[in-house]
Design a protein around this ligand. Structure first.
Ligand SMILES: [Zn+2]
Length: 297
């Protein structure tokens, strides 16, 4: 079965050499708090593979494509740097990698508009992963609004980080009230939103028809699912939302099963899905069909 991982993070080699020093030099403390963190037992929460390592791992675990997600950087220059790096990766491996472009509203209207136009020309599949709550940006910021409007016009889905309000605490956790995403979905009806991490539980709230009605332009990804949800989530969520609303994503290179694994990978999460009792049609859409449709892959 074809597999597209719709939520993968990747950084240039210089970041991986010494992530904490790189973050300090570039003014990215929030990223450092999340990504260079160690667990209580001292093991790192994630690794920093190169693009070649990522591709070898995808080959080994039979993952056809990875969608590279930008990060919700605090600095506009870091966003631009990451977009240029992703463009190079895509140029070298257009059959294996798609990419989302990131931006910071503080760059201003003209720069953000130019960057999104550039990203569209360069073949980017969407915008994200963004997190206004983590980027010190108001949800009603006019530059953010312009970007979301453009995304709708250009057919670029927007991936947003969502923290589950009922989820456990962790260093670097930022609250992202679910109402904020419901308001965005209503405010930008022509824009498709991909709410990461099962929408922080919003997917399950679609059980209420009144909630569901306001989320017709919203889909969800499953990034970091084993870290944020019980494995029953797969069946439970797909009993609430139709199978064309969920995109398989891992949050690679996060280590998804820290109790038993030291390395990121797909095997564990794919076996969760195998045990979930999903139908073939559901799995086909979840694992690749929805991403292929939305990102025109
Ligand atoms: Zn996220």
């Amino acid at each position: 079965m074809r597999i597209i991982d719709a939520h993968v993070h990747l950084y240039p080699p210089e970041v991986g050499l010494d992530p904490a020093a790189w973050a300090a030099a570039h003014g990215e403390p929030h990223w450092a708090a999340l990504c260079t963190r160690r667990r209580r037992d001292g093991r790192p929460v994630q690794t920093f593979p190169t693009v070649d390592h990522l591709l070898r791992e995808m080959d080994r675990e039979q993952v056809d494509m990875a969608v590279l997600q930008g990060w919700y950087w605090e600095k506009a220059e870091t966003c631009v740097g990451q977009n240029r790096f992703f463009a190079e990766c895509r140029k070298a491996h257009p059959d294996r990698l798609a990419a989302f472009a990131t931006f910071h509203p503080s760059a201003g209207e003209a720069a953000v508009r130019d960057e999104i136009r550039w990203a569209r020309e360069a073949g980017f599949g969407g915008l994200g992963e963004l997190s206004p709550h983590s980027q010190n940006c108001r949800m009603d910021d006019p530059v953010l609004a312009l970007a979301l409007e453009l995304a709708g016009e250009y057919g670029l889905p927007v991936n947003l980080h969502v923290t589950d309000p009922r989820g456990r605490n962790y260093p670097g956790r930022v609250e992202t009230p679910l109402e904020d995403f419901q308001r965005l979905a209503r405010g930008f009806p022509l824009t498709t939103f991909i709410l990461a991490h099962w929408g922080g539980g919003l997917s399950l709230l679609e059980k209420d028809p009144a909630v569901r009605a306001g989320l017709s332009n919203v889909v969800y990804d499953t990034a970091a699912s084993p870290l944020v949800s019980d494995e029953k989530i797969w069946r439970a969520a797909l009993d609430v939302v139709p199978p064309d609303k969920v995109l398989f994503g891992t949050d690679y290179p996060l280590v998804l099963f820290p109790r038993t694994e030291n390395e990121p990978g797909w095997r564990g999460i794919l076996s969760e899905i195998d045990r979930a009792g999903l139908g073939e049609a559901e799995k086909t859409l979840l694992l690749a069909g929805n991403a292929a449709r939305l990102l025109k892959l």
